[in-house]
Design a protein around this ligand. Structure first.
Ligand code: CMP
Length: 138
């Protein structure tokens, strides 16, 4: 079933010049880019986006990191997009990510892990709507 998901190419990837490599990797894996833009998250945006992690010890640091520089947000489409993207990204901690995954190639720590992907179809819909209007999705 064709499905949509949300990815964020994180500040470390932008800083290290890996945006093009990551987009090429995603296209090679059959994702169609439905919408994309770069932006710098505000504290309020990053805090709200990661609100589910509010009680976690890494939350303050995560919000500081995600607002430290520009990111690229994209809505991606393909069959089984949510699960497939998480497989292509690799484990949260790049040290545990399988060879050939985006986080193994470009992530440098559990926080600076190159890319975010929605963890469920329900959250994908919420996260896509967080960044894009229906008219942006083409
Ligand atoms: P992401 O998939 O965007 O979801 C939450 C983010 O929190 C995660 O990627 C990491 O960038 C960051 N993070 C930092 N420390 C941890 C941790 N100990 N466990 C999980 N996520 C962490």
């Amino acid at each position: 079933m064709t499905q949509r998901t949300l990815t964020i190419i994180k500040p470390d990837s932008v800083e290290n010049g890996n945006v093009g490599n990551i987009i090429a990797h995603l296209e090679r894996e059959g994702f169609r880019i439905v919408a994309a833009r770069s932006l710098r998250l505000t504290q309020a945006q990053a805090g709200a986006f990661y609100a589910v992690h509010r009680e976690r010890p890494f939350y303050t640091s995560l919000v500081a990191y995600m607002t430290s520089g520009p990111v690229w947000v994209m809505c991606l489409e393909r069959a089984d997009a949510v699960h497939y993207l998480r497989a292509v990204m690799g484990a949260t901690n790049p040290a545990d990510a399988a060879e050939g995954t985006i986080r193994a190639a470009y992530g440098t720590s559990i926080e600076r892990n190159a890319i975010h992907g929605s963890d469920s179809a329900e959250n994908a819909a919420i996260e896509v709507a967080f960044f894009f209007a229906a008219s942006d999705l083409v």
